[in-house]
Write a protein that binds this ligand. Sequence first.
Ligand code: PLP
Length: 490
Amino acid sequence: MTVRPEESLDPESWDEFRSHSHQVVDELFDWLRTVRERPVWQPVPEEVRAALRRPLPVEGRGLEASWDEFRRSVLPYPWGNVHPRFWGWVNGIGSPSGALAELATAIINTNAGGGHQAAPYVEEQVIDWCKTMVGFPSDASGVLVTGGSVANLVALAAARDAGDPRICEEGLVALGGSPVLYASAQTHNSVDKAARLLGLGQRALRSVPVDPEFRIDLQALERAIAGDRAAGRRPFCVVGNAGTVNTGAIDDLAALAELCKRERLWFHVDGAFGALAALSDRLRPLVAGMERADSIAFDLHKWLHMPYDVGCVLVRDREAHRRPFATKASYLAREARGAAPNDHDPGTLGPELSREFRGLKVWMLLQEHGVAKYARLIEQNVEQAKYLAELVREHAELEVMAPVPLNVVCLRYVGKKGEGRRGKGEELDALNREVLIRIQERGIAVPSATSLNGRFAIRVAITNHRSRLDDFDLFVAAIADLGRELSAPV
Ligand SMILES: *Cc1c(COP(=O)(O)O)cnc(C)c1O
């Protein structure tokens, strides 16, 4: 037998590797420091996309070559969410010390699915801090997941199985009557996804109409529940919104908590970004009632700017949280001593088993900055949204399309009022769609789009600790210029 020399993935020279590492750290932090000087976004050129369609490398090209490829094909074409004028969808922007924490996470590379090690204790601490942040009781259960979507899924799995413990064994047929849940028509699509993934089906999710402020219509909700009960169906859950993705609307969460108690329904809150308003003394009243929920989902990678990805789900009833995810597998048995999992065991609290130690960055960043600073940054964004809405309202050619309770401003170009509006309906939609695309393509700013009452809206969601007031001045001027340019007679 010929013996091959043993190999590993460690560098041949740690000294060379270390100097390469120092250089890329310098280079990447310079890139981050100068982000404001570059366009917010630019498209990925065809030749770059072509370079990203190569066959599987059989023999490696080495560290330098792979970094050069990263510098050429990836670094110049980010989505732009770390830029001060990125306000599209809902994105956090990370932070320099967040990146360092990620480096530590990757270097220790522990599997935080369970096991007797520091990681689960750190995460338990983080979960306790999360409970304090949103006003949940200290004996509630919780786990860190990849984000709001999985957090909603975990909570709704717990809600489904709490409806009837036989579901775990026998599935939904055990119910003898279709289970239904309720959420406003403005609810995030991750709730639809969860309904489908959990075998409930899209139609089990009742889309309840909203009032003019885009909050769930409580009377319509009560009628829907009564109608379903009368028809022999099984209402089991109401999802309330603490900040909808479209406009930042906050349902009357205290009223929903009352209603759920009366109707014996599980009350879940999707607070992806809005739940964090509770950090601010000034904003907390907006989300009052949230702390009475049976479960709550929120992101730490959005309004707290933790590096992607990390979200949190809290569930009041520990047993209910565990039920869909508990395991009897012999290879995962707990032991009181040794390295095996013991008390806090994230692998039994969600769909993941092997998982990143995503609590480390949260733990480090909360210690570094303190929650008061995060509260100020959230208030800053809410102030900026009010400022932007005011600029738009005062502008002769622009209009605000929805109330601005939090950090989301929906607006459009309408033209000068006296000069006959630039078309109605579809024409105006098409014009604004073009304004939006151009402002992105010119690299000026990245808002996103949505539809409100059937009309196209340019949507600015401010979860960005780098934005300044003059970024909004520049943005408003650019939108008005583009609107004028595009609606000028040819
Ligand atoms: C972003 C968002 C989600 C989904 O969270 P992810 O972290 O993207 O999975 C759910 N609900 C609302 C209101 C959101 O804004």
